[in-house]
Write a protein that binds this ligand. Structure first.
Ligand SMILES: Cc1ncc(COP(=O)(O)O)c(C=O)c1O
Length: 372
């Protein structure tokens, strides 16, 4: 039970501090509110997180994925290999451009795409692979890039949960043809809503800029068909404040995770493994619980420990994917995905936690009995 002076610890705590508020007000007073100087400065600043790649700001992570697939020319007739163990946005972006989603299984440790499963899923129609750096842990990019090179496939990184994560020193968003980030409020850094596409290819960056703004570089001189996926300067100003803090917050998340790793000892709980050479940025601190997960979550909630399952239903089991697959008689064999969806629970790891909070989280997990 939560005692009277022990407040519940929320699973996530988005930061909207005085600096963010002042930045937003400054932009509102300036009158330049849409895709102006703040957006340009945010793009330039963010490129520091992705080895100087071109950065194109948009209005959400979903838009970032959508636009990147469009810019790469992926569409009807193409297949894109996607993990089913992700947020629906990863697969939705593929369907939104009219391409077909092919699901591949994950590796149990990183929760990212399994390169062997990806290789087995390649067909003559495969155009791209979409590794998702789930929970802030980089997918096996070294091995996935090798599969992509062998089959000449584009790599679209979904780094929406993984700002400043890296593998063997290379930051996510700097491996593939393009990377995508989300700045939704619960992410490691946010811009209220927002997203970013990163790419080393200047021509692709130009296409992305055209696509986000009705196909225009010069006003009313439309070059191609485009959408309106522009970021506001208010969002960019908030994002710039957060960009200045994300490294410190990331270190705090990593320290919080290290504390939980060291203090969680319940026998039926597995703490999150980290692959060799990986920089995990702990967007989520996700344990596996063997036994009755619902009972475990109810006990944590009773102890005032915020907890959540990301994601209880793999994408291939969601209606817009499940129904057409059933009709076509298509069955995906995704045992690690199914197991992860049944076992995972994310615990608070956000940078606002104090040592007392961390002690309470570890203690509550350690009281989960063996006979769940
Ligand atoms: C893995 C993943 N991909 C894509 C997205 C989409 O980002 P947004 O919510 O900014 O559209 C999210 C976040 O919500 C995500 O977690």
């Amino acid at each position: 039970m939560t005692s009277i002076n022990e407040q519940p610890i929320p699973a996530a705590r988005p930061v909207i501090g005085e600096e963010e508020i002042e930045a937003a007000v400054r932009v509102l007073r300036s009158g330049r509110v849409v895709q102006g100087p703040e957006v340009a400065a945010f793009e330039e600043g963010f490129s520091g997180l992705v080895e100087g790649r071109h950065c194109v700001a948009v209005n959400s992570g979903t838009s970032a994925l959508h636009l990147l697939l469009l810019a790469l020319g992926i569409g009807p007739g193409d297949e894109v290999i996607v993990p089913s163990f992700s947020f629906a946005a990863s697969a939705n972006a593929v369907r939104l451009v009219g391409a077909d989603v092919v699901f591949a299984d994950i590796e149990p440790g990183s929760f990212g795409l399994d390169p062997a499963a990806v290789e087995a899923a390649v067909t003559p129609r495969t155009a791209a692979i979409m590794p998702v750096h789930l929970y802030g842990h980089p997918a096996a990019m070294d091995r996935l890039m090798a599969v992509a090179e062998k089959h000449q496939l584009a790599v679209v990184e979904d780094a929406c949960q993984a700002h400043a994560a890296a593998l063997h020193g290379t930051p996510v968003g700097a491996f593939g043809a393009g990377g995508t980030f989300s700045f939704y409020p619960t992410k490691n850094m946010h811009s209220l809503e927002g997203g970013m596409v990163t790419t080393a290819d200047a021509e692709l960056a130009r296409t992305l800029r055209l696509l986000r703004n009705q196909g225009m570089e010069q006003r009313y001189a439309n070059e191609i068909v485009g959408a309106n996926m522009r970021m506001t300067d208010v969002a960019a100003a908030v994002g710039r404040v957060q960009l200045g803090k994300v490294e410190g917050w990331t270190e705090q998340r990593r320290a919080n995770a290290a504390y939980l790793d060291a203090h969680i000892s319940a026998p039926n709980v597995t703490t999150p493994p980290v692959a060799e050479g990986a920089r995990h940025v702990y967007h989520q601190y996700t344990i596996r619980v063997r036994g009755d997960r619902d009972a475990a979550m109810a006990k944590l909630t009773e102890a005032g420990i915020g907890n959540a399952v990301y994601y209880p239903t793999p994408i291939h089991r969601l209606k817009p994917y499940w129904e057409p697959d059933q009709k076509a008689g298509r069955n995906w064999d995704l045992p690690e995905t199914e197991r992860a969806a049944a076992e995972v629970v994310s615990l608070p790891v956000h940078p606002s936690l104090g040592e007392g909070d961390l002690e309470r989280i570890a203690a509550a997990v350690n009281t989960l009995g063996e006979n769940l």
